[in-house]
Design a binder for this molecule. Structure first.
Ligand code: UD1
Ligand code: UDP
Length: 384
Protein backbone atom coordinates (compact mmCIF):
# COMPACT_ATOMS: atom_id res chain seq x y z
CA UNK A 1 0.00 0.00 0.00
CA UNK A 2 1.35 3.41 -0.98
CA UNK A 3 1.33 5.86 1.92
CA UNK A 4 0.04 9.41 1.35
CA UNK A 5 2.03 11.96 3.30
CA UNK A 6 -0.26 14.78 4.36
CA UNK A 7 1.13 17.93 5.94
CA UNK A 8 -1.41 20.13 7.74
CA UNK A 9 -0.57 23.79 8.36
CA UNK A 10 -2.15 25.53 11.33
CA UNK A 11 -1.57 29.06 12.61
CA UNK A 12 -4.47 30.33 14.70
CA UNK A 13 -7.10 29.21 17.21
CA UNK A 14 -9.93 28.57 14.73
CA UNK A 15 -7.72 26.58 12.37
CA UNK A 16 -6.63 24.33 15.24
CA UNK A 17 -10.21 23.77 16.44
CA UNK A 18 -11.42 22.98 12.94
CA UNK A 19 -8.45 20.77 12.03
CA UNK A 20 -8.40 18.85 15.32
CA UNK A 21 -11.09 16.28 14.42
CA UNK A 22 -9.59 15.80 10.97
CA UNK A 23 -6.05 15.40 12.35
CA UNK A 24 -7.34 12.71 14.71
CA UNK A 25 -8.79 10.71 11.80
CA UNK A 26 -5.76 11.24 9.56
CA UNK A 27 -3.54 9.91 12.36
CA UNK A 28 -5.70 6.78 12.53
CA UNK A 29 -5.78 6.16 8.76
CA UNK A 30 -3.32 3.41 7.80
CA UNK A 31 -2.87 4.81 4.31
CA UNK A 32 -1.86 8.25 5.62
CA UNK A 33 1.23 9.64 7.27
CA UNK A 34 0.12 12.84 8.98
CA UNK A 35 2.52 15.70 9.79
CA UNK A 36 1.43 18.86 11.59
CA UNK A 37 3.29 22.13 11.12
CA UNK A 38 2.37 25.24 13.11
CA UNK A 39 3.23 28.71 11.98
CA UNK A 40 2.03 29.83 15.43
CA UNK A 41 0.65 33.09 14.06
CA UNK A 42 -1.20 32.84 17.41
CA UNK A 43 0.57 31.63 20.52
CA UNK A 44 -1.40 31.38 23.78
CA UNK A 45 -4.74 31.05 21.98
CA UNK A 46 -3.34 28.28 19.80
CA UNK A 47 -1.60 26.47 22.64
CA UNK A 48 -4.93 26.30 24.53
CA UNK A 49 -6.46 24.34 21.65
CA UNK A 50 -3.43 22.10 21.14
CA UNK A 51 -3.63 21.11 24.80
CA UNK A 52 -7.37 20.46 24.71
CA UNK A 53 -7.31 18.23 21.63
CA UNK A 54 -3.90 16.68 22.43
CA UNK A 55 -2.37 17.84 19.15
CA UNK A 56 1.38 17.28 18.93
CA UNK A 57 2.98 19.25 16.08
CA UNK A 58 6.18 18.05 14.47
CA UNK A 59 7.12 21.64 13.55
CA UNK A 60 6.49 25.00 15.23
CA UNK A 61 7.71 28.12 13.41
CA UNK A 62 6.72 30.32 16.38
CA UNK A 63 6.32 33.49 14.29
CA UNK A 64 3.90 35.56 16.42
CA UNK A 65 4.86 39.12 17.34
CA UNK A 66 2.82 41.70 19.30
CA UNK A 67 0.42 43.58 17.01
CA UNK A 68 1.96 41.92 13.98
CA UNK A 69 1.40 43.12 10.44
CA UNK A 70 0.01 41.01 7.62
CA UNK A 71 3.35 41.30 5.84
CA UNK A 72 5.18 39.97 8.89
CA UNK A 73 2.92 36.91 9.10
CA UNK A 74 3.12 36.18 5.37
CA UNK A 75 6.88 36.65 5.04
CA UNK A 76 7.87 34.70 8.17
CA UNK A 77 5.43 31.89 7.43
CA UNK A 78 6.55 31.55 3.81
CA UNK A 79 10.23 31.39 4.75
CA UNK A 80 9.68 28.85 7.50
CA UNK A 81 7.26 26.69 5.51
CA UNK A 82 9.60 26.44 2.54
CA UNK A 83 12.24 24.73 4.69
CA UNK A 84 9.74 22.35 6.27
CA UNK A 85 8.12 21.42 2.97
CA UNK A 86 11.47 20.85 1.26
CA UNK A 87 12.47 18.55 4.08
CA UNK A 88 9.20 16.62 4.37
CA UNK A 89 8.16 16.51 0.69
CA UNK A 90 4.49 15.76 1.46
CA UNK A 91 2.09 14.56 -1.26
CA UNK A 92 -0.59 16.95 0.00
CA UNK A 93 -0.61 20.13 2.06
CA UNK A 94 -3.84 20.83 3.94
CA UNK A 95 -4.80 24.39 4.86
CA UNK A 96 -8.00 25.48 6.61
CA UNK A 97 -10.13 28.57 6.19
CA UNK A 98 -9.01 32.09 5.48
CA UNK A 99 -6.21 33.25 7.73
CA UNK A 100 -2.91 34.61 6.50
CA UNK A 101 -1.26 31.35 7.61
CA UNK A 102 -3.68 29.51 5.34
CA UNK A 103 -2.78 31.65 2.36
CA UNK A 104 0.97 31.45 3.08
CA UNK A 105 0.64 27.67 3.48
CA UNK A 106 -1.05 27.30 0.11
CA UNK A 107 1.45 29.59 -1.58
CA UNK A 108 4.46 27.83 -0.03
CA UNK A 109 3.10 24.48 -1.22
CA UNK A 110 2.50 25.86 -4.71
CA UNK A 111 6.13 27.09 -4.88
CA UNK A 112 7.21 23.50 -4.16
CA UNK A 113 4.64 22.11 -6.62
CA UNK A 114 2.89 20.21 -3.84
CA UNK A 115 -0.85 19.57 -4.14
CA UNK A 116 -3.04 21.67 -1.85
CA UNK A 117 -6.28 20.68 -0.13
CA UNK A 118 -8.38 23.59 1.14
CA UNK A 119 -10.67 22.79 4.05
CA UNK A 120 -13.65 25.19 4.30
CA UNK A 121 -13.36 26.31 0.69
CA UNK A 122 -15.72 28.58 -1.24
CA UNK A 123 -16.90 31.10 1.38
CA UNK A 124 -17.38 34.54 -0.14
CA UNK A 125 -18.84 37.94 0.66
CA UNK A 126 -17.91 39.31 -2.77
CA UNK A 127 -16.39 42.37 -1.05
CA UNK A 128 -12.65 42.78 -1.27
CA UNK A 129 -12.17 44.40 2.15
CA UNK A 130 -14.86 42.59 4.14
CA UNK A 131 -13.63 40.67 5.95
CA UNK A 132 -10.09 42.01 5.60
CA UNK A 133 -7.87 40.26 4.58
CA UNK A 134 -9.81 36.99 4.78
CA UNK A 135 -11.99 37.45 1.68
CA UNK A 136 -8.96 37.73 -0.56
CA UNK A 137 -7.07 34.99 1.31
CA UNK A 138 -9.98 32.69 0.45
CA UNK A 139 -10.02 33.67 -3.20
CA UNK A 140 -6.27 33.16 -3.50
CA UNK A 141 -6.52 29.77 -1.82
CA UNK A 142 -9.16 28.70 -4.30
CA UNK A 143 -6.92 29.67 -7.21
CA UNK A 144 -4.08 27.56 -5.80
CA UNK A 145 -5.92 24.55 -4.33
CA UNK A 146 -6.28 21.18 -6.04
CA UNK A 147 -8.89 19.70 -3.70
CA UNK A 148 -11.65 22.03 -2.44
CA UNK A 149 -13.55 20.84 0.63
CA UNK A 150 -16.65 23.03 0.58
CA UNK A 151 -18.70 23.02 3.79
CA UNK A 152 -22.06 23.73 2.11
CA UNK A 153 -23.67 23.64 -1.33
CA UNK A 154 -23.66 27.44 -1.33
CA UNK A 155 -19.88 27.40 -0.96
CA UNK A 156 -19.64 24.83 -3.77
CA UNK A 157 -21.72 27.06 -6.03
CA UNK A 158 -19.39 30.00 -5.35
CA UNK A 159 -16.45 27.88 -6.50
CA UNK A 160 -18.28 26.64 -9.60
CA UNK A 161 -19.05 30.24 -10.52
CA UNK A 162 -15.32 30.97 -10.37
CA UNK A 163 -14.60 28.20 -12.85
CA UNK A 164 -13.22 25.54 -10.47
CA UNK A 165 -13.84 22.16 -12.04
CA UNK A 166 -16.67 20.24 -10.36
CA UNK A 167 -14.66 17.02 -9.92
CA UNK A 168 -12.22 18.87 -7.64
CA UNK A 169 -14.97 20.18 -5.32
CA UNK A 170 -16.37 18.06 -2.46
CA UNK A 171 -19.24 19.13 -0.22
CA UNK A 172 -18.28 17.78 3.19
CA UNK A 173 -19.90 19.91 5.90
CA UNK A 174 -17.78 22.02 8.23
CA UNK A 175 -15.37 20.24 10.57
CA UNK A 176 -16.23 22.79 13.29
CA UNK A 177 -19.46 20.86 13.89
CA UNK A 178 -17.44 17.65 14.33
CA UNK A 179 -15.47 19.42 17.06
CA UNK A 180 -18.59 20.85 18.70
CA UNK A 181 -20.11 17.39 19.10
CA UNK A 182 -17.27 16.38 21.40
CA UNK A 183 -17.27 19.45 23.63
CA UNK A 184 -20.81 20.41 24.71
CA UNK A 185 -21.95 18.33 27.66
CA UNK A 186 -25.08 18.52 29.85
CA UNK A 187 -24.18 19.35 33.45
CA UNK A 188 -20.75 20.60 32.41
CA UNK A 189 -18.77 22.25 35.21
CA UNK A 190 -16.75 25.24 34.01
CA UNK A 191 -13.00 25.33 34.51
CA UNK A 192 -13.03 29.12 34.69
CA UNK A 193 -13.85 30.27 38.27
CA UNK A 194 -15.85 33.35 37.13
CA UNK A 195 -18.10 31.11 35.03
CA UNK A 196 -18.47 28.60 37.85
CA UNK A 197 -19.84 31.42 40.00
CA UNK A 198 -22.33 32.70 37.41
CA UNK A 199 -25.98 31.97 38.23
CA UNK A 200 -27.28 31.04 34.78
CA UNK A 201 -30.83 30.53 36.11
CA UNK A 202 -31.07 34.11 37.43
CA UNK A 203 -29.13 35.94 34.72
CA UNK A 204 -29.51 36.17 30.96
CA UNK A 205 -25.99 35.89 29.57
CA UNK A 206 -24.95 38.13 26.71
CA UNK A 207 -21.81 36.62 25.19
CA UNK A 208 -19.48 38.85 23.18
CA UNK A 209 -16.54 37.87 20.97
CA UNK A 210 -15.18 40.45 18.53
CA UNK A 211 -11.75 40.74 16.96
CA UNK A 212 -11.96 41.35 13.18
CA UNK A 213 -9.25 43.65 11.85
CA UNK A 214 -11.77 45.81 9.98
CA UNK A 215 -13.73 46.31 13.23
CA UNK A 216 -10.79 47.48 15.36
CA UNK A 217 -11.25 51.05 16.63
CA UNK A 218 -14.53 52.90 16.08
CA UNK A 219 -16.73 49.98 14.89
CA UNK A 220 -15.73 47.95 17.96
CA UNK A 221 -16.32 50.96 20.22
CA UNK A 222 -19.87 51.19 18.88
CA UNK A 223 -20.54 47.47 19.47
CA UNK A 224 -19.27 47.73 23.06
CA UNK A 225 -21.31 50.89 23.65
CA UNK A 226 -24.50 49.14 22.46
CA UNK A 227 -23.86 46.29 24.87
CA UNK A 228 -23.19 48.69 27.73
CA UNK A 229 -26.60 50.28 27.10
CA UNK A 230 -28.26 46.85 27.04
CA UNK A 231 -26.67 46.00 30.40
CA UNK A 232 -28.01 49.26 31.84
CA UNK A 233 -31.54 48.77 30.49
CA UNK A 234 -31.92 45.02 31.21
CA UNK A 235 -30.88 44.46 34.83
CA UNK A 236 -31.20 40.67 34.60
CA UNK A 237 -28.47 40.49 31.95
CA UNK A 238 -24.77 39.93 32.43
CA UNK A 239 -22.09 40.30 29.79
CA UNK A 240 -19.35 37.72 29.40
CA UNK A 241 -16.55 38.84 27.09
CA UNK A 242 -13.60 36.48 26.69
CA UNK A 243 -11.31 39.03 25.12
CA UNK A 244 -9.14 38.14 22.16
CA UNK A 245 -5.43 38.59 23.00
CA UNK A 246 -5.02 41.38 20.45
CA UNK A 247 -4.15 44.51 22.50
CA UNK A 248 -6.20 46.61 20.07
CA UNK A 249 -9.34 44.68 21.14
CA UNK A 250 -8.48 45.07 24.82
CA UNK A 251 -8.00 48.83 24.57
CA UNK A 252 -11.60 49.24 23.36
CA UNK A 253 -13.01 46.76 25.86
CA UNK A 254 -11.23 48.48 28.73
CA UNK A 255 -12.47 51.93 27.70
CA UNK A 256 -16.11 50.96 27.14
CA UNK A 257 -16.94 47.98 29.37
CA UNK A 258 -14.43 47.61 32.19
CA UNK A 259 -15.85 48.57 35.57
CA UNK A 260 -19.48 47.87 34.69
CA UNK A 261 -20.82 45.78 37.60
CA UNK A 262 -22.36 43.23 35.22
CA UNK A 263 -19.55 42.98 32.69
CA UNK A 264 -17.31 39.95 33.14
CA UNK A 265 -14.17 40.48 31.06
CA UNK A 266 -12.08 37.34 30.77
CA UNK A 267 -8.99 35.94 29.11
CA UNK A 268 -9.76 33.80 26.01
CA UNK A 269 -11.55 30.72 27.24
CA UNK A 270 -10.52 27.17 26.79
CA UNK A 271 -12.72 25.81 23.98
CA UNK A 272 -14.54 23.36 26.28
CA UNK A 273 -15.57 26.27 28.52
CA UNK A 274 -16.39 28.46 25.55
CA UNK A 275 -18.63 25.96 23.77
CA UNK A 276 -20.52 25.18 26.97
CA UNK A 277 -20.85 28.89 27.71
CA UNK A 278 -22.31 29.44 24.24
CA UNK A 279 -24.82 26.66 24.87
CA UNK A 280 -26.03 28.42 28.05
CA UNK A 281 -26.05 31.97 26.69
CA UNK A 282 -29.15 33.98 25.84
CA UNK A 283 -27.68 36.01 22.98
CA UNK A 284 -24.33 35.91 21.22
CA UNK A 285 -22.79 39.07 19.74
CA UNK A 286 -19.91 38.33 17.42
CA UNK A 287 -17.91 39.08 14.30
CA UNK A 288 -16.22 35.67 14.56
CA UNK A 289 -16.66 33.23 11.70
CA UNK A 290 -16.51 30.02 13.71
CA UNK A 291 -19.00 31.22 16.29
CA UNK A 292 -21.53 32.03 13.54
CA UNK A 293 -21.24 28.41 12.46
CA UNK A 294 -21.45 26.86 15.92
CA UNK A 295 -24.33 28.84 17.43
CA UNK A 296 -27.13 27.53 15.14
CA UNK A 297 -26.40 23.96 16.26
CA UNK A 298 -26.84 25.11 19.85
CA UNK A 299 -30.07 27.03 19.23
CA UNK A 300 -28.68 30.35 20.47
CA UNK A 301 -29.51 33.49 18.43
CA UNK A 302 -26.52 35.35 17.02
CA UNK A 303 -26.25 39.07 16.41
CA UNK A 304 -23.54 39.35 13.77
CA UNK A 305 -21.44 42.50 14.23
CA UNK A 306 -20.72 42.83 10.53
CA UNK A 307 -22.46 44.37 7.54
CA UNK A 308 -21.88 41.34 5.32
CA UNK A 309 -21.13 37.70 6.01
CA UNK A 310 -19.59 34.91 3.99
CA UNK A 311 -21.68 32.54 6.11
CA UNK A 312 -25.24 33.51 5.09
CA UNK A 313 -26.68 30.05 5.82
CA UNK A 314 -27.49 30.89 9.47
CA UNK A 315 -29.12 34.19 8.47
CA UNK A 316 -31.18 32.29 5.88
CA UNK A 317 -32.12 29.70 8.52
CA UNK A 318 -33.35 32.56 10.72
CA UNK A 319 -30.97 31.90 13.63
CA UNK A 320 -28.59 34.83 12.98
CA UNK A 321 -29.15 38.47 12.12
CA UNK A 322 -26.73 40.92 10.55
CA UNK A 323 -26.61 44.05 12.71
CA UNK A 324 -23.40 45.69 11.48
CA UNK A 325 -21.49 47.88 13.93
CA UNK A 326 -23.88 50.79 14.38
CA UNK A 327 -24.64 51.34 18.07
CA UNK A 328 -28.38 52.00 17.60
CA UNK A 329 -28.94 49.10 15.21
CA UNK A 330 -27.21 46.62 17.53
CA UNK A 331 -29.08 47.96 20.56
CA UNK A 332 -32.49 47.84 18.86
CA UNK A 333 -31.98 44.37 17.39
CA UNK A 334 -30.93 42.92 20.74
CA UNK A 335 -33.47 44.86 22.85
CA UNK A 336 -36.29 43.47 20.74
CA UNK A 337 -35.12 39.91 21.31
CA UNK A 338 -34.70 40.51 25.04
CA UNK A 339 -38.25 41.93 25.31
CA UNK A 340 -40.28 39.91 22.82
CA UNK A 341 -40.50 36.22 23.77
CA UNK A 342 -42.06 35.18 20.46
CA UNK A 343 -39.37 36.91 18.39
CA UNK A 344 -36.71 35.30 20.60
CA UNK A 345 -38.27 31.85 20.36
CA UNK A 346 -38.38 32.12 16.59
CA UNK A 347 -34.64 32.74 16.40
CA UNK A 348 -33.65 30.29 19.13
CA UNK A 349 -34.37 27.26 16.99
CA UNK A 350 -31.73 24.67 16.39
CA UNK A 351 -30.46 24.42 12.84
CA UNK A 352 -27.48 22.63 11.34
CA UNK A 353 -26.76 24.44 8.08
CA UNK A 354 -23.00 23.93 8.47
CA UNK A 355 -22.74 20.19 8.91
CA UNK A 356 -23.74 16.93 10.53
CA UNK A 357 -20.55 16.20 12.47
CA UNK A 358 -19.07 13.86 9.82
CA UNK A 359 -17.06 16.32 7.73
CA UNK A 360 -13.65 15.02 8.88
CA UNK A 361 -14.67 11.47 8.05
CA UNK A 362 -15.62 12.53 4.51
CA UNK A 363 -12.44 14.55 3.97
CA UNK A 364 -10.25 11.65 5.16
CA UNK A 365 -12.02 9.27 2.79
CA UNK A 366 -11.70 11.69 -0.14
CA UNK A 367 -7.97 12.09 0.49
CA UNK A 368 -7.55 8.31 0.39
CA UNK A 369 -9.70 8.05 -2.75
CA UNK A 370 -7.44 10.64 -4.37
CA UNK A 371 -4.32 8.51 -3.79
CA UNK A 372 -3.66 7.89 -7.51
CA UNK A 373 -3.77 11.64 -8.22
CA UNK A 374 -1.75 12.61 -5.16
CA UNK A 375 0.94 9.94 -5.39
CA UNK A 376 1.58 9.89 -9.09
CA UNK A 377 0.90 13.39 -10.44
CA UNK A 378 4.06 14.90 -11.93
CA UNK A 379 4.59 18.37 -10.56
CA UNK A 380 8.33 18.91 -10.87
CA UNK A 381 10.94 19.33 -8.18
CA UNK A 382 10.38 22.71 -6.59
CA UNK A 383 11.68 26.21 -7.11
CA UNK A 384 15.29 25.73 -6.15
C1 UD1 B 1 -6.33 36.08 13.02
C2 UD1 B 1 -6.81 35.91 11.58
C3 UD1 B 1 -8.32 35.98 11.52
C4 UD1 B 1 -8.96 35.03 12.51
C5 UD1 B 1 -8.38 35.26 13.90
C6 UD1 B 1 -8.90 34.22 14.83
C7 UD1 B 1 -5.37 36.81 9.82
C8 UD1 B 1 -4.94 38.00 9.07
N1 UD1 B 1 -6.27 37.00 10.77
O1 UD1 B 1 -6.70 37.41 13.40
O2 UD1 B 1 -8.74 35.65 10.22
O3 UD1 B 1 -10.33 35.27 12.55
O4 UD1 B 1 -6.96 35.13 13.84
O5 UD1 B 1 -8.79 34.62 16.17
O6 UD1 B 1 -4.89 35.73 9.56
N2 UD1 B 1 -2.19 37.73 20.03
C9 UD1 B 1 -1.56 37.27 21.17
N3 UD1 B 1 -1.67 35.93 21.46
C10 UD1 B 1 -2.36 35.06 20.71
C11 UD1 B 1 -3.02 35.54 19.56
C12 UD1 B 1 -2.90 36.87 19.22
O7 UD1 B 1 -0.92 38.01 21.88
O8 UD1 B 1 -2.43 33.86 21.04
C13 UD1 B 1 -2.09 39.17 19.69
C14 UD1 B 1 -0.72 39.56 19.14
O9 UD1 B 1 -0.40 40.86 19.57
C15 UD1 B 1 -0.96 39.55 17.63
C16 UD1 B 1 -2.38 40.10 17.58
O10 UD1 B 1 -3.04 39.49 18.69
O11 UD1 B 1 -0.03 40.32 16.93
C17 UD1 B 1 -3.13 39.86 16.32
O12 UD1 B 1 -3.03 38.50 15.90
P1 UD1 B 1 -3.22 38.14 14.34
O13 UD1 B 1 -3.10 36.66 14.18
O14 UD1 B 1 -2.36 38.99 13.49
O15 UD1 B 1 -4.69 38.64 14.04
P2 UD1 B 1 -6.08 38.17 14.62
O16 UD1 B 1 -6.91 39.37 14.81
O17 UD1 B 1 -5.85 37.24 15.75
N1 UDP C 1 -13.39 30.21 20.96
C1 UDP C 1 -12.71 29.69 22.06
N2 UDP C 1 -12.50 30.49 23.15
C2 UDP C 1 -12.91 31.79 23.19
C3 UDP C 1 -13.57 32.33 22.04
C4 UDP C 1 -13.78 31.50 20.94
O1 UDP C 1 -12.33 28.52 22.06
O2 UDP C 1 -12.70 32.47 24.19
C5 UDP C 1 -13.61 29.34 19.77
C6 UDP C 1 -14.99 29.35 19.16
O3 UDP C 1 -15.84 28.40 19.77
C7 UDP C 1 -14.72 28.99 17.71
C8 UDP C 1 -13.37 29.57 17.45
O4 UDP C 1 -12.80 29.86 18.73
O5 UDP C 1 -14.63 27.59 17.53
C9 UDP C 1 -13.50 30.84 16.65
O6 UDP C 1 -12.27 31.44 16.58
P1 UDP C 1 -12.10 32.99 16.32
O7 UDP C 1 -13.36 33.69 16.71
O8 UDP C 1 -10.84 33.38 17.01
O9 UDP C 1 -11.82 33.06 14.77
P2 UDP C 1 -12.75 33.09 13.47
O10 UDP C 1 -13.67 31.93 13.54
O11 UDP C 1 -13.44 34.42 13.45
O12 UDP C 1 -11.77 33.00 12.36
Amino acid sequence: MDIIKVMSIVGTRPEAIKMAPLLRLLAQAEQVESVLCLTAQHREMLDQVLALFALHPQYDLDIMQPEQSLTHITARALEGLEKVMCREQPHLVLVQGDTTTTFAGALAAFYQRIAVGHVEAGLRTGEKYAPFPEEINRCLNSVIADLHFAPTTLARDNLLREGISPERIFVTGNTVIDALQTTVQPGYIFGNPALRELDFSARRVLLLETHRRENLGEPMRQSCEAIRRLLDDFPDTVLVFPMHKNPAVRRVAAARLEGHPRAVLLEPLDTLDFHNLMARSCLIFTDSGGIQEEAPSLGVPVIVLRAVTERPEAVDAGTAVLAGTDVDKIYETAARLLQDRAAYAQMARTANPYGDGRASERITQIIMDQAPYLLHAKRGSGNR
